[in-house]
Design a protein around this ligand. Structure first.
Ligand code: MRU
Length: 359
């Protein structure tokens, strides 16, 4: 891999990214939960590839990775004697931005880096580099803080009572998917810590199995009780009356509250409404794209057929089976009971409520 190296630190720390020694170290999420290996990138091309190939995933985490990828491009330009301008870095910007199209956090983070470079244009090159490193680290710590605020706000929505309920979650929205303790999984952690939960139903989340490989693993580290279910079992679990909330993250939220998240989220929202179960979306404001009028304008990433036909080397279908593999779907705002952000909670999110979050 260009600009990369493989490390095995042999240590499980729930942190999926570390920038140190002028390199971005990425916990390879494709190998979890059975192998803990770190990859490291020293250039933007390497970071873009790790995002595209899902070594790092989850909207906030890929935003943070992209910011550091841009910083690495700045470093390379400086060491090659190229000028540090938005134009000389445009190729790196475009390569990183194209790595995954649905999660808006990626472009949000890159645009902050570009704005920072522009604001520093009158400074000496070395100072511009220093400013950009501060900006990238700031994007990371802002996510940590947003996670904490969202976790508390979201947990407070989950009723306390003599009979503690279960929640159901989809995909992975925890420490692996963010720079901090997570979005939806952060809410679940805080709800568990404050005695509001009996446990968590975890959708396995085909085809990448982020639920079974990553969320179940994170919940085990925290000793939070969970039951792993096949995605198709969600309907009967919600019909059972045991679940009070479905709690999920988001990859891009349109200006009217329509929400793109991992494929299968929309089905859960329909099921939740049918069974009178409440539906919570947890995401930082960096995931809200106010330039996107509604869900119809959100680009949905299409992934390779091989991801559905096989798991690893094990074929599950005819070798050339025709496949449709959208990575995300859009849940209409009308099916969302609460949108939890670091700036506040919107009950029944709509265009006016979303605008208020930025007021
Ligand atoms: O394809 P992935 O694994 O990057 O998809 C991740 C999700 O859909 C998450 O729910 C979303 O990014 C929110 S993560 C805090």
């Amino acid at each position: 891999m260009q600009g990369g190296c493989v490390l095995d630190w042999g240590l499980v720390v729930l942190k999926s990214l570390k920038y140190k020694g002028n390199a971005l170290h990425v916990l390879d999420q494709r190998l979890l939960p059975h192998r803990v290996e770190w990859l490291c990138c020293t250039d933007a091309t390497c970071v873009a590839k790790l995002i595209r190939d899902m070594a790092v995933r989850g909207a906030p985490a890929i935003g943070v990775a992209a910011a550091y990828g841009y910083l690495l491009a700045v470093r390379s330009a400086l060491s090659q004697g190229r000028g540090l301008t938005v134009d000389t870095l445009d190729a790196a910007y475009r390569e990183l931005a194209a790595a995954r199209p649905t999660a808006v956090n990626l472009v949000w983070a890159l645009d902050r880096m570009v704005a920072c470079l522009q604001a520093a244009r009158s400074l000496p090159q070395a100072d511009r580099l220093a400013r950009l490193e501060v900006e990238a680290r700031g994007i990371e710590s802002r996510d940590v803080e947003a996670n904490l605020a969202m976790s508390q706000r979201g947990a407070a929505l989950i009723e306390t009572g003599a009979e503690r309920g279960w929640v159901l979650t989809h995909c992975n929205t925890g420490a692996l998917a963010t720079a901090g303790q997570g979005t939806a999984l952060g809410v679940i952690r805080d709800a568990w810590a404050s005695g509001r939960l009996a446990g968590v139903y975890v959708d396995e989340t085909r085809p990448w199995l982020q639920g079974s490989r990553l969320t179940a693993w994170e919940l085990e580290q925290e000793s939070i009780p969970y039951r792993l279910i096949c995605d198709g079992a969600a309907a009967s679990v919600l019909a059972s009356g045991r679940v009070s909330w479905v709690v999920v993250g988001a990859d891009r939220i349109a200006a009217n509250g329509d929400t793109a998240n991992k494929i299968g989220t929309y089905s859960l929202a329909v099921l939740a409404r049918h069974h009178g179960v409440k539906f919570m979306v947890v995401a930082p404001r960096a995931t809200i794209d106010r330039d996107c009028a509604d869900g119809g304008a959100i680009e949905i990433e299409q992934r390779p057929a091989a991801e559905v036909r096989a798991i690893g080397d094990q074929l599950l279908a005819p070798a050339d089976a025709s496949v449709y593999n959208p990575a995300f779907d859009v849940t209409p705002a009308g099916l969302i009971d609460a949108l939890v952000t670091e700036a506040g909670v919107l009950r029944q999110p709509d265009r006016e409520g979303i605008a208020r979050l930025f007021g």
